[in-house]
Design a binder for this molecule. Structure first.
Ligand code: ZN
Length: 365
């Protein structure tokens, strides 16, 4: 039975259960693992458990005490979460130590020094730790080194290399692995069932109960690379359709960078204004292109045809050389890196699509 409904991270759960049983919960943790696999959910569930007023054995929160209820509602006074705002490249310094008029009279570091409002400890969760600027990190160092009495600070990031050495060395590192396809499949299935229940409650004539499309769910789970966030996006029919278009656009010779840019931007605009969703969509587009170029290369270099028949067909139609695939792959990896570093998405799309056209230009000169 998964701990608090969290699938795929049993080893991490065991580690915390053992630490709790020995009274050895540390003051600072750094959660590391790819995006969309549940690190932040884990951090919040851990916070709820640690603050529960009648926690059971195995770090199991009672889920009914005042502390659990407030934690579940996201309004617990002793759980302090900070994250990077959508429109900023880094977590602002004032989130940690207050703005210039209220230095060390506001902000997370200051709040951690206050007495807990409900129980005996506070939990701070710092999401987007990849985006800690030097100045903010320096302000955090002392707090990480000597966390206030009983406080637990959890930083959540995607890769160890993205963390400053000064932060890394002060935290216990907890690694989260990508989720197994089976776990993603069962989570998607559960989500679809509860969505259907909600739809039926909202809509009296929703009598016709549509069956789950298990093979579609399974394909999305397998194509997700272990990320639940990615699997949810793959379920989006618009995105599925676009991925089909994408391989055609990438195979087309001559390559039309402007057409690819326009179609990609339309796909992002259809996602609305929310930056994280737009960013996640572009990530999927770039990752699909990376899969495509890698398959093209494998096909070209090893004479090993792609095992996906649809992809093999497109790759066969592709007139590009192995050299072109290498260059295109590199540009696409760079674009993905820029997206992960929070670059402006329109600029990334324009630069990426223009660069993809270049191998052809280079060949003709
Ligand atoms: Zn409780």
């Amino acid at each position: 039975m998964a701990w608090q409904g969290i699938e795929g991270h049993d080893a991490v759960v065991e580690r915390f259960v053992a630490a709790q049983a020995r009274g050895r919960i540390a003051g600072t943790y750094l959660f590391i693992g790819p995006p969309g696999i549940g690190k932040s959910t884990f951090a919040h569930t851990l916070a709820r458990s640690l603050l529960c007023q009648s926690m059971g054995e195995g770090l199991v929160p009672c889920n009914v005490c005042r502390s659990c209820v407030q934690a579940k509602a996201g309004s617990h006074p002793d759980i302090d979460t900070v994250s990077k705002p959508d429109d900023r490249a880094t977590i602002p310094l004032e989130f940690f130590i207050g703005d210039s008029d209220h230095r060390m009279r506001e902000g997370l570091c200051w709040r951690l020094l206050l007495r807990p409002a409900m129980g005996s400890r506070k939990v701070a969760i710092i999401l987007d730790a990849d985006h800690l600027a030097d100045e903010a990190a320096n302000c955090l160092l002392k707090t990480l080194e000597e966390p206030p009495d009983n406080a637990v600070i959890v930083l959540v990031g995607t890769a160890l290399e993205r963390q400053l050495p000064t932060i890394r060395s002060r935290c216990q590192i907890v690694r989260f692995r990508p989720l197994a396809s089976e776990s993603i499949f069962s989570i998607l299935k559960r989500e679809m069932a509860s969505q259907r229940d909600r739809d039926q409650l909202d809509n009296d004539d929703a009598q016709k109960k549509e069956p789950d499309n298990d093979s579609l769910l399974w394909a999305c789970a397998q194509g997700s690379g272990g990320s639940l966030e990615r699997a949810r996006l793959l379920l989006d029919p618009m995105l599925t359709e676009f991925r089909g278009r994408l391989t055609a656009l990438l195979s087309h010779r001559p390559m039309h960078g402007v057409a690819l840019a326009d179609e990609t931007k339309l796909l992002l605009d259809a996602a609305g204004k929310e930056a994280p969703i737009r960013r996640a969509r572009l990530r999927i587009v770039l990752e699909s292109a990376i899969d495509f170029f890698r398959a093209a290369l494998r096909d070209d270099l090893a004479g090993e045809p792609s095992c996906d028949p649809a992809l093999a067909l497109l790759i066969n139609a592709w007139a590009g050389s192995a050299g072109e695939a290498v260059v295109s792959l590199r540009h696409t990896l760079d674009a993905l890196d820029a997206v992960n570093r929070n670059a402006n998405l329109t600029i990334v799309v324009d630069a990426w699509t223009a660069l993809l056209e270049q191998p052809r230009l280079a060949q003709t000169t």
